[in-house]
Design a protein around this ligand. Structure first.
Ligand SMILES: [Zn+2]
Length: 143
């Protein structure tokens, strides 16, 4: 009986360890991306929680804004936590653009980790992965 109990205990332990490992791996590569809050006031589009994004993605707000302005063909500017764009921009386009930005300038293309930082070398931009050490080139000056 005691033998039975011991092996049950061991298999339980093994299962728990497995779960623990899975959890740890998920935690490490999870990226919490907020939902963009977009409202129209007159002929302007207000990105109300813009500043949450550079914080969550660990990127320069000016660079992220540069990207949005390029994609939206606009000249939005930062006002406190918000960005104000002239003209009525489609609210749903912001989520799409942020997703695209994350794929191109935040997520490591080798291992999929969001734990990356950027580096400039002779005017070329690189994405450095803190998880796997990969170094990949990135386009433009948006990160
Ligand atoms: Zn990586």
């Amino acid at each position: 009986m005691s033998h039975q109990t011991k092996s049950d205990y061991e298999s339980l332990l093994k299962r728990l360890r497995g779960q623990l490992n899975n959890t740890t791996r998920k935690e490490a590569s999870r990226l919490e991306i907020p939902s963009p809050q977009i409202i129209w006031i007159g002929q302007r589009t207000i990105f109300r929680n813009f500043m949450e994004f550079p914080k969550a993605l660990r990127r320069d707000p000016e660079k992220l804004l540069l990207y949005l302005n390029k994609e939206l063909a606009s000249a939005g500017y930062i006002a406190g936590e918000r960005v104000i764009f002239l003209g009525r921009k489609e609210p749903s386009s912001f989520g799409t653009l942020i997703d695209r930005y994350v794929k191109e300038y935040v997520i490591c293309s080798v291992c999929g980790s969001p734990d990356t930082r950027t580096e400039k070398n002779k005017k070329l931009g690189f994405l450095l992965c803190e998880a796997c050490g990969a170094r990949s080139s990135i386009k433009g000056n948006y990160a």
